[in-house]
Ligand binder design. Structure first.
Ligand code: PGA
Length: 261
């Protein structure tokens, strides 16, 4: 963490916590985030729960933000099953996760398609959280940096022009949902590499852009990760589904930001 950047703790609910359960979880997150003055918090519910969560957070006058878990790259049209950036904004989101590895690898989303989705989000006034990260086979083959460059290149102009609105989430695929967290040193090395890559296009954008870590972040490893200079928060799956666990992550991020301020 670096005092120049406001940390962000983002809960990615994936295909969990629909309906009433999502509303209750949002209320618990709002309660945990009530005293957050130095850090940002958001939740990413599944599409059908997004508007209901927005309603709960608005009733509680909460500053917890809302993200969609993806958006379609087009504004509207004959795309059965898809949802546009404008639609999620109307439902109450101000953020959109794009390029999560479960979509890149599970659904074949290419680097270029992810860039189109990030652009669609920005054009609609949403802040994209652009996920990148290597598989274990790629890491073992010494391809970490080449993979990150290939994923970053198509979004580099967007990052440069977004004035810090676009966020990167570095999520090593082998650490997602596996309980295998990257060591703080390995995560920091990847984050520093990403920041250096952004700096080669724009030093201003590199200083502004928040780079989140994702992959089995939990209350017992959050402090070590957030203590790293280039880790500006977390994109959290499993631990964000439990109000108490996510509350601890929110408090850890807020406490560290206050100490550094
Ligand atoms: P995890 O998921 O925290 O359950 O590893 C992170 C993510 O996929 O964003």
């Amino acid at each position: 963490m670096n005092p120049k950047r406001r940390p962000l703790m983002a809960g990615n609910w994936k295909m969990n916590a629909g309906g009433r359960e999502g509303c209750d979880l949002a209320a618990a997150v709002a309660k945990a985030a009530k005293e957050c003055t130095h850090s940002d918090v958001l939740v990413a519910p599944p599409f059908p729960t997004l508007a209901a969560v927005a309603h709960v957070l608005a009733e509680l006058k909460s500053r917890v933000g809302i993200a969609s878990q993806t958006v379609h790259e087009a504004r509207s049209g004959a795309f059965t099953g898809e949802v546009s950036a404008a639609m999620v904004r109307e439902a109450g989101a101000t953020w959109a996760i794009v390029g999560h590895s479960e979509r890149r690898h599970g659904l074949g989303e290419s680097h270029e398609l992810v860039a189109q989705k990030a652009k669609a989000a920005l054009d609609e006034g949403l802040s994209p959280i652009i996920c990148i990260g290597e598989t274990l086979a790629e890491r073992d083959a010494g391809q970490l940096e080449a993979v990150l460059v290939a994923q970053l290149d198509p979004v580099m102009d967007l990052i440069r022009e977004s004035n810090g609105r676009a966020v990167i989430a570095y999520e090593p695929v082998w650490a997602i949902g596996t309980g295998k967290v990257a060591t703080p040193e390995d995560a920091q090395a990847a984050h520093a590499f990403v920041r250096k890559k952004i700096a080669s296009a724009s030093p201003e954008a590199a200083a502004l852009t928040r780079i989140l870590y994702g992959g089995s972040m939990k209350p017992d490893n959050v402090e070590g990760l957030l203590a790293q200079e280039d880790i500006d928060g977390g994109l959290v799956g499993g631990a964000s589904l439990d109000g108490a666990s996510f509350g601890k992550l929110i408090l850890a991020s807020e406490a560290m930001a206050r100490k550094l301020s």
